[in-house]
Ligand binder design. Structure first.
Ligand code: HAM
Length: 435
């Protein structure tokens, strides 16, 4: 039997309700904040990622799905979304609009060692905001994510922030680190020795327990931080405090991609074991210019949807449970079936968001009621021979003690709204979690 590739997962029908609600809620919040969705190719020219993510990062060094296509060009399945977004923005002049707020959703590919929470094909929702240089937009992105966690019913998420300063400040710090680590080269593991000359900042990110003392004693960045970046960072913290957002200053936070400067942040949870970072991002003020554009400041983040789904399930957020239908529609006989389908469509028009399952596949009343019960529906609506004769419909309350009742078909909408405790004009929220 042919099976899925290692590290690439199918999302089963039982899992899709939680994915849909996660994506629906995120989409709702993003459009409410004024973000516009973009959809970009999954494959790009290899050089795009090499040049933006950085030649000496884990992603570029060992994780990209790169191959030669039939024309002999080197192409890569996107390991992340920022590079493609910058490429597309330059190609289509999207950055001419001041304050452009964009977002995307889709699969990313990294040839990592698969484990819980770490896949080779995973999904991200990413946000990129252009032409806004100040800490206001940094704060907005963090507030937006905090709102999302709340809407998803998630807790135990810790915000960690750091600043990387300007490229010049980082260059000075980098050479100080090379001096420090070279002096203690014997204590470096193999990965870190390789990184020493090319990307010494990444040594700080090492999880190897044997290197933690060495890392703890390394020079810190604060002495190199330029005044302007310090002010930017102070102002961001002020805005976070003013909005009651708790955060942890983590001077060791560096992130795994090279394009960042100034603010970087991650949302981390202890509830998912080793792969606890559900969201990460930061400023990349130099990237657009680096690809030949004007100087366009930018900031963004991406969150891993598999990890968020696991957290929703682990924390037993109400979102992890598919809400049952409001109505299970039952009928008996061909004529009744025709009327039932017409009525069901009317109800769907008349009550947006109504969760209505029509029984399909025939069977006795008894077996249909069994299905209705199993679905967890609040009500069964029934059309049989009697109802056909009287142009009526019966409503059976599947939960609680209320008596079954029969109403004229013309009044069915009103009767249903009453039965599910809704005022006549109220919409049902598509993503509500209680029924
Ligand atoms: P990243 O930190 O590489 O950043 O990825 C963002 C998130 O994607 C991670 O926090 C994690 O939740 C999820 N993720 C990454 N790799 C995997 C994996 N192998 N399996 C499952 N989930 C994973 C970026 O991708 C940047 N483009 C974010 C950004 C946007 N920065 C600025 N704009």
């Amino acid at each position: 039997m042919i099976k899925a590739l290692k590290g690439m997962k199918d999302i089963a029908p039982e899992q899709s309700p939680v994915w849909q609600r996660l994506e629906g809620i995120a989409c709702g919040i993003l459009s409410a904040y004024g973000y516009e969705q973009i959809r970009l190719p999954i494959m790009e020219t290899t050089a795009l990622f090499e040049r933006s993510i950085g030649e000496y990062t884990d992603i570029v060094e060992k994780e990209m799905y790169t191959f030669t296509d039939r024309n002999g060009s080197s192409v890569t399945l996107r390991p992340e979304g920022t590079a493609g977004c910058v490429r597309a923005g330059l190609e289509h002049d999207w950055f001419a609009t001041q304050g452009r707020r964009l977002w995307y959703l889709g699969p990313m590919f990294r040839h990592e060692r698969p484990q819980e929470g770490r896949l080779r094909q995973f999904h991200q929702i990413g946000v990129e905001a252009f032409s806004m240089p100040g800490p206001d937009i940094d704060a907005e992105l963090i507030l937006l994510t905090a709102r999302l966690w709340q809407a998803l019913g998630l807790h135990n998420l810790r915000l960690e922030i750091n600043t990387l300063g300007t490229a010049q400040a980082r260059a000075q710090y980098r050479s100080e680190l090379v001096t420090y680590f070279s002096r203690r080269a014997a204590e470096l593991d193999e990965d870190s020795q390789r990184r020493l000359e090319k990307n010494p900042l990444r040594i700080l990110d090492s999880k190897n327990p044997a290197m933690q003392d060495l890392i703890a004693e390394a020079p810190t960045f604060e002495h190199y931080l330029d005044d302007e970046s310090q002010r930017h960072f102070d102002q961001l913290q002020h805005l976070l405090r003013k909005n009651d957002i708790d955060y942890l200053l983590n001077p060791r936070l560096v992130r795994g991609l090279d394009y960042y400067n100034r603010t970087i942040f991650e949302w981390v949870t202890e509830d998912l074991g080793a792969q606890g970072t559900v969201c990460g991002g930061g400023r990349y003020d130099g990237l657009v210019q680096y690809f030949g554009g004007k100087a366009v400041p930018a900031i963004g983040f991406a969150m891993g949807l598999e990890r968020l789904v696991s957290l929703i399930e682990k924390q037993d957020s109400a979102l992890g449970r598919a809400p049952p239908p409001h109505i299970y529609f039952i009928s008996q006989g061909d004529d009744a079936l025709g009327d039932a389908l017409v009525l069901a469509e009317h109800l769907r028009d008349a009550i947006p968001g109504l969760r209505l399952t029509t029984h399909c596949g025939g069977g006795s009343f008894k077996s249909q009621f069994k299905k209705a019960d199993k679905s967890g529906a609040l009500l069964a609506v029934i059309i049989g021979a009697d109802e056909m004769a009287g142009k009526s419909a019966s409503i059976k309350f599947m939960r609680g003690e209320q008596e079954q009742k029969t109403v004229p078909q013309a009044e069915l909408k009103q009767a249903i709204l009453e039965a599910i405790n809704r005022g006549a004009d109220e919409r049902i929220d598509q993503y509500e979690t209680t029924s």
